[in-house]
Design a binder for this molecule. Structure first.
Ligand code: HEC
Ligand code: HEC
Length: 250
């Protein structure tokens, strides 16, 4: 009995001495529900963008919601060996999918302070949560900048079809073609001007297409995403251009 009394006293002394220190020392864990809120939150960015502006978090093939997002869905992606099209054996590959997202947070969401350690864990947990059938091969990114830089052949689109595509792909940032998160879209430019902007975005599309390694400069502050060939084909782009050309001035 005497020993038990001593033990209790020792344990109680231990708890009183060390308990206040414990929370800080307990390793933090991610929470999928908090990660989901981060995915949909514009508060992570300095320009109003959220991940959801450019990525779906579900299977777009099976649950098509009619939106055309510039980037691929992040669904089923957390088990990939590499991200951003990197070869699996590449030494600088990201440790996990949330770390690969930091490029978007800095370059597209213009948030140089990035995420806290807790937010990174939460985001990673959510990306794992939406990975039901893990895919290990890298996501094929299909940047399609015109190698000549001239963008011929985007004339003669159908403005009626283009209206639907515009609302599916552009409206979230250029509401009705006017200023929103992004500036207003000019109406009277030649087709090549629009095609270049859609295919190259802030310039990253030209870099990833191998057209010009210096086409994107982080300090420029630009953040329009590029639309690859599997997100918008040339015909749809021609239609969107015909629609924009038919709009009244902003
Ligand atoms: C302005 C658009 C935009 C925003 C906002 C954005 N991304 Fe991206 N993201 C892209 C583009 C474009 C790519 C490269 C092409 C692709 O994956 O389709 C990309 C690629 C990625 C990749 C690499 C995908 C892979 O499998 O290789 C990850 C991971 C990612 N984004 C996560 C995120 C997360 C998480 C957020 C929010 C915190 C976010 N992105 C916000 C446009 C965006
Ligand atoms: C995720 C947000 C976003 C989406 C989606 C988006 N844009 Fe943009 N767009 C921007 C931003 C931001 C700019 C300003 C330049 C920059 O930051 O790269 C811009 C600039 C432009 C410009 C150049 C304006 C000028 O005066 O030079 C055109 C043209 C344009 N966008 C057309 C489109 C079209 C067409 C679509 C749909 C296919 C589209 N954008 C989708 C964000 C977006």
């Amino acid at each position: 009995m005497k020993n038990i009394g001593l033990l209790v006293a020792l344990v109680s002394l231990f708890i009183h001495t060390f308990a206040p220190l414990l929370p800080a020392q307990t390793p933090i864990r991610g929470q999928a529900s908090s990660g989901r809120q981060l995915f949909y939150s514009s508060a992570l960015s300095t320009n109003g963008l959220s991940c959801a502006h450019c990525h779906a978090d579900f299977d777009e093939g099976k649950q098509n919601d009619g939106r055309i997002r510039a980037a691929h869905s992040l669904y089923n992606g957390a088990g990939r060996d590499t991200w951003w099209g990197g070869a699996p054996e590449q030494p600088d590959s990201f440790p996990n999918m949330a770390a690969a997202a930091l490029i978007c947070i800095e370059d597209y969401m213009r948030s140089p302070q990035k995420l806290t350690a807790q937010q990174l864990l939460d985001l990673q947990k959510y990306l794992e949560h939406i990975t039901k059938r893990p895919v290990s091969s890298p996501q094929a990114i299909a940047p399609a900048a015109d190698k000549t830089g001239l963008y011929p052949g985007f004339e003669g689109g159908n403005k009626f079809k283009g209206r639907d595509y515009f609302y599916a792909a552009c409206h979230s940032c250029h509401p009705n073609g006017n200023k929103g998160i992004a500036p207003a879209v000019p109406r009277d430019r030649e087709p090549a001007f629009y095609a270049k902007k859609i295919r190259e975005g802030n310039g990253l599309g030209a870099v990833l297409s191998g057209l010009d390694p210096n086409a994107y400069d982080r300090r420029s502050g630009l953040f329009m995403p590029f639309f690859g060939a599997d997100r918008l084909d040339n015909e749809k782009i021609s239609d969107i251009i015909a629609y924009i050309n038919s709009l009244p001035s902003p």
